[in-house]
Design a protein around this ligand. Structure first.
Ligand code: MG
Length: 304
């Protein structure tokens, strides 16, 4: 699955995309559980064993990965990043009868079906993590382009379902962090740049404060605080992912987002081989293919 001749950028891009899938598959087992329930059932949860409330087969993934792949496939086919391209991708994804489907996502896609409008109505209340969990294809598709281009691409794919300032701020911060990680920047610069900017604008994202987050919900603030503390306070891909999913809560999505960031930062070779072997093979192959194709085609035009 990993080709030794890949350049560092390719290893980071593939690491980020496979990180989404591995984190999703690892976290899905313990989604909605509390840390105490996880401890009782699994000790420290650290293997891709499937199960969970979705009763997944080992190595299978959920909406976080399948929505990313639907979006990435559509972007590659269209050769551009566009709100209508994203909306059609998510619509097709919903028709494929996915194993799970969040309420905000369902509402946004139904709005598009009804109106043809690829932007959900603004919602001040519903700052879910659903637009952040599927952002990897636009980050890779904008590689080498201006920051403003990436920011627009994040909004285009996000607003199909999540039209909320907190969700947008969190997603944009994460996109900048992954971009810096792919460029080989270190954690201190990532903290001083995008994380500091996010916390200055929205202090509720501050992490390393008591009480530390446990059992993070699908609220983007709780999700990203869990991801930040797990990524910035560990030193390996494996420890980052084990730390974040053992917090429980929306563990498939905290796992997917942490996996994306840690995969970009540490590169694909840092992902434990036992996890890559356990990952559902067609999903693993699609992540690798899309990651390589997107950075090869990048920067793609952002339209609409
Ligand atoms: Mg999920």
């Amino acid at each position: 699955m990993i080709a030794p001749h890949w350049k560092p950028l390719q290893k980071r891009a593939v690491g980020a995309y496979l990180g989404v899938a591995v984190g999703d598959a690892l976290g899905a087992t313990v989604e909605f559980m509390t840390p105490r329930e996880i401890q009782t059932a699994h000790g420290r949860h650290r293997e891709l064993i499937g199960g969970g409330w979705l009763r997944l087969k080992p190595g299978h993934v959920t909406d976080d990965t399948t929505m990313s792949l639907a979006l990435g496939g559509a972007i590659l086919e269209a050769g551009r990043i566009d709100p209508v391209v994203a909306a059609h991708a998510f619509d097709g994804w919903m028709r494929s009868k996915p194993v799970d489907l969040g309420n905000t996502v369902r509402r946004g896609i139904l709005h598009f079906r009804r109106t043809g409008e690829p932007v959900a109505p603004p919602d001040e209340q519903d700052a879910g993590n659903g637009s952040c969990m599927r952002v990897i294809p636009v980050i890779l598709g904008c590689h080498g382009g201006e920051d403003t281009l990436l920011e627009r691409a994040c909004l285009h794919q996000g607003r199909v379902t999540h039209h909320n300032p907190l969700a947008e701020a969190g997603t944009w911060c994460m996109a900048r962090l992954v971009r810096m990680a792919m460029a080989g920047e270190d954690k201190s610069r990532m903290l001083a740049g995008p994380v500091e900017a996010l916390v200055r604008a929205w202090p509720m994202f501050r992490f390393r404060v008591r009480p530390e987050i446990t059992h993070p919900s699908g609220f983007i603030v709780e999700t990203l605080r869990a991801v930040f503390q797990s990524f910035f306070d560990t030193d390996t891909f494996e420890e980052c992912l084990i730390t974040v999913v053992n917090l429980g809560g929306d563990a498939d999505t905290t796992g997917a987002i942490a996996g994306m960031l840690a995969g970009a930062y540490y590169g694909v070779e840092a992902i434990p081989r036992r996890w890559l072997r356990a990952l559902h093979p067609p999903v693993a192959a699609a992540c690798v293919d899309q990651a390589l194709a997107l950075i090869e085609a990048a920067p793609l035009p952002v339209t609409g």
